[in-house]
Design a protein around this ligand. Structure first.
Ligand SMILES: NC(=O)c1ccc[n+]([C@@H]2O[C@H](COP(=O)([O-])OP(=O)(O)OC[C@H]3O[C@@H](n4cnc5c(N)ncnc54)[C@H](OP(=O)(O)O)[C@@H]3O)[C@@H](O)[C@H]2O)c1
Length: 209
């Protein structure tokens, strides 16, 4: 029996991962967070707000999850200079700085054994025009996880899951990739994620395209 915490569990890929994990491991305790908590039993945390991230880390210390999956992410869509700096700062806080802070806290804790961050097969590898700060964040996540893994994390299990385009609210309805049929099912991505996360000897990076 294990306790699993999903940052970004209310919708999108995070919600699918919660459902798949529950199906395969019904004995586990699943906890999660979202910026909205009205109808769900989720911890409220906006990753763009430092005090709420600190509150989440205190909640971790109380609940002591063995696995933490940080699925939340986002960034502004449009030319870099057309967006205000606060929009890029938001992307960097939500998609890079807060996931790193969460990983730092969990890797230093006694209770957490596994931390998985969610990158992007496209945005972490290639230029991602109209999503520069999001792409910078995803490149940063890959640089971070690969570096810490190379340092050696002892008994801890730090990983990065990098999907291709997913059929979620993040991808605009009129995105060109939808017409090209290159969009993956988030339910299937969640199945792949759960299988990989459950394999103790699996590679630290899984690029699912
Ligand atoms: N969709 C794609 O094509 C694609 C491709 C590659 C990688 N990814 C990555 O996959 C992950 C999941 O995205 P998705 O496709 O499921 O998109 P989504 O349906 O738009 O979900 C976005 C998730 O991020 C959370 N989130 C956004 N801003 C937040 C904030 N300020 N504080 C806390 N949580 C925040 C949302 O939670 P609440 O709204 O409940 O607060 C939600 O759980 C992200 O890391 C994304 O970068 C997506």
């Amino acid at each position: 029996m294990s306790k699993v915490f999903i940052v970004g569990a209310r919708r999108g890929l995070g919600k699918h991962i919660a459902e798949v994990w529950k199906k395969h491991y019904p004995q586990d305790t699943l906890l999660g967070s979202s910026r909205q908590t009205e109808k769900d039993l989720l911890f409220r945390c906006d990753l763009a707000k430092a005090e709420e991230v600190d509150g989440l880390l205190q909640f971790f210390d109380k609940e002591q999850p063995e696995r933490v999956f940080c699925v939340a992410g986002g960034g502004p869509h449009g030319e870099f200079i057309s967006k205000d700096w606060k929009d890029h700062q938001w992307a960097l806080s939500v998609s890079l700085l807060s996931p790193l802070k969460i990983a730092h806290h969990c890797l230093r804790s006694q209770y957490c054994k596994q931390v998985i961050l969610v990158g992007s097969a496209i945005a972490e590898e290639l230029p991602d025009p109209l999503a520069a700060s999001y792409s910078a964040a995803k490149h940063g996540l890959k640089g971070f996880v690969s570096s810490v893994v190379a340092e050696g994390v002892g008994t801890k299990d730090l990983r990065l899951f990098s999907p291709g385009y997913l059929d979620t609210a993040m991808l605009p309805v009129n995105a060109a990739v939808r017409a090209k049929g290159k969009v993956l099912s988030p339910a299937l991505a969640a199945e792949i994620f759960v299988k990989w996360a459950s394999e103790p000897q699996a590679a630290w990076h899984y690029s699912y395209t």
